[in-house]
Design a protein around this ligand. Structure first.
Ligand code: NDP
Ligand code: 2IT
Length: 450
């Protein structure tokens, strides 16, 4: 039995209750064997056994008082997964589905993604099962303050730097930052994705969505194609999806779908980004509100989707950008996209495709950009925010966007070249996993058994 299979089998027994974590590990380990064969030092140093275990996990109770005066209790977490190449870095997710297994999958992905950016940041993730939906600003503030009462002990500008993810945007980062400052009396770049007037970076809000489109452009350029004139399906309607749509227009493509947890919009004329921003960023409303504002938009409620399917992927398009959440593209969705002529998939969300769906994409030979490569623009720009904070300076939008663009090109090149090195040209899953892994593994060996 191969080394990677042996480690995975053991892990399956130990963490049978963490299916998302096992899925993320399986996707990585099944591609690493050629690199493990090439360098026996990885097995000798038990790198796989070590890299699949977080260095440290904090788990805490978060108690706060809602607007009615009732005491509420949530569960909070920070998974500090790997610090071989830099301080822990990764987002916070506030969503009712959050549990330790979900955060371990996200933290594990983050190790390789952060390594691929070429910048010195380790991997982490955190969050809570708190649901910001339907809460007042004051309730969100009190929750964030209570969360930080616990978290502030474990983070710091050179220790661990959290940021946003699902349910955590500028508002939450602002409240978390205020609470950190009050608890520690330190004014430091301890969080990224901050609002612009206190240390935030221009282009961080746009970075993940823009970066995913830059990555798709690189994949298509290598095939002598482009996004110009292409019809695109985007899922999600949050931070990543909005700026993915915005950049698609800028490169001459047309996004025709978006979705949220309750349903989807299809508009053959294209999604109106200004309306989407108004509905989601300002009103924090459902997409039914978008449908009220845009008469050409067709709304389908999630309850009306075909059983077990995501209706976004049944729209015939040239390119698809999953930007909502994990496992939102199953094997049937993947087959449907391919049958309708989709030639490019770039993942803005983390692990949006099931392993079977990924295998369909790879088998078909289309341009497939896996999450940890295609959505790395967000965390890469967080690292640029850390750089600006450390230098007590602020760069222009174009400066940051230019650096983001270069980083995405660099990630594409690293993944494509590594795939070629191992005789798997075009397999960016294998290329990204091995390229991300080698840097971290080599650093772990150099630092010894610690
Ligand atoms: P947001 O909270 O801004 O938006 C999330 C969107 O996805 C919303 O439209 C939400 O719908 C929808 N959604 C969330 N959970 C589910 C679910 N279980 N089923 C269906 N729809 C769902 O988050 P982001 O845009 O920041 O994150 C989206 C994805 O991108 C996540 O996978 C995240 O991990 C990933 N990502 C984010 C980065 C960032 O910088 N923000 C960086 C890299 C990856 P509703 O509005 O109804 O809640
Ligand atoms: O999944 C991700 O890469 C993020 N949510 C962004 C993390 C960050 O630190 O900016």
């Amino acid at each position: 039995m191969s080394y990677s299979q042996q480690v995975f089998d053991e892990l399956k027994g130990r963490y049978a209750d963490q299916p998302e974590f096992l899925q993320a590990v399986q996707e990585v380990l099944t591609t690493l064997q050629p690199a493990l064969d090439k360098n026996p030092a990885y097995q000798r140093n038990k790198i796989l056994e070590r890299i699949v275990e977080p260095e440290r996990i904090f788990q805490f109770r978060v108690e706060w008082v809602d607007d009615k005066g009732e005491i509420q209790v949530n569960r909070g977490y920070r998974v500090q997964f790997n610090s071989a190449i830099g301080p822990y870095k990764g987002g916070l997710r506030f969503h009712p589905t959050v549990n330790l297994g979900v955060l371990k999958f996200l933290g594990f992905e983050q190790i390789f993604k952060n390594s691929l950016t070429g910048t010195p940041i380790g991997g982490a993730k955190g969050g809570s099962d708190f649901d910001p939906k339907g809460k007042s600003d004051n309730e969100v503030m009190r929750f964030c303050q209570a969360f930080m009462v616990q978290l502030h002990r474990y983070i710091g500008a050179l220790v661990d730097v959290p940021a946003g993810d699902i349910g955590v945007g500028g508002r939450e980062i602002g409240y978390l930052y205020g609470a950190y400052k009050r608890l520690t009396t330190k004014y430091e770049g301890v969080l990224t994705g901050k609002p612009l007037n206190f240390g935030g970076s221009l282009a961080r809000t746009e970075a993940t969505g823009y970066g995913t489109v830059y990555f798709a452009q690189e994949m298509l350029k290598a095939r002598g194609e482009s996004l110009e004139g292409k019809k695109c399906a985007v899922s999600g309607a949050g931070n990543v999806a909005i700026y993915c749509c915005e950049k698609l227009y800028q490169v001459g493509a047309t996004p025709v779908t978006v979705s949220d947890s309750r349903g989807m919009i299809y508009d053959p004329n294209g999604i109106k980004v200004d309306v989407l921003k108004q509905v989601k960023e300002v009103e924090r409303a459902s997409l039914t509100r978008y449908a009220e504002l845009v008469p050409t938009a067709q709304y389908t409620a999630r309850d009306d989707y075909p059983a077990g399917r995501n209706a976004v992927w049944s729209v015939p398009v040239d390119a698809a950008f999953p930007c909502a959440t994990q496992n939102e593209v199953n094997v049937e969705d993947a087959k449907c996209l391919l049958a309708n002529g989709c030639k490019c998939v770039a993942e803005g969300a983390n692990m949006p495709s099931s392993i079977e769906a990924i295998n369909e994409f790879l088998k078909s030979g289309i341009a497939y950009g896996p999450a940890k490569a295609a959505n790395a623009g967000g965390v890469a720009t967080s690292q640029l925010e850390m750089e600006q904070n450390a230098g007590m300076t602020a760069w222009t939008f174009d400066e940051v966007d230019g650096k983001l663009h270069n980083i995405m090109t660099g990630i594409y090149n690293a993944a494509a070249e590594t795939a070629r090195e191992f005789g798997c040209e075009g397999n960016l899953v294998l290329g990204a996993n091995i390229a991300g892994f080698r840097k971290v593994a080599d650093a772990m060996i150099a630092q010894g058994v610690i």
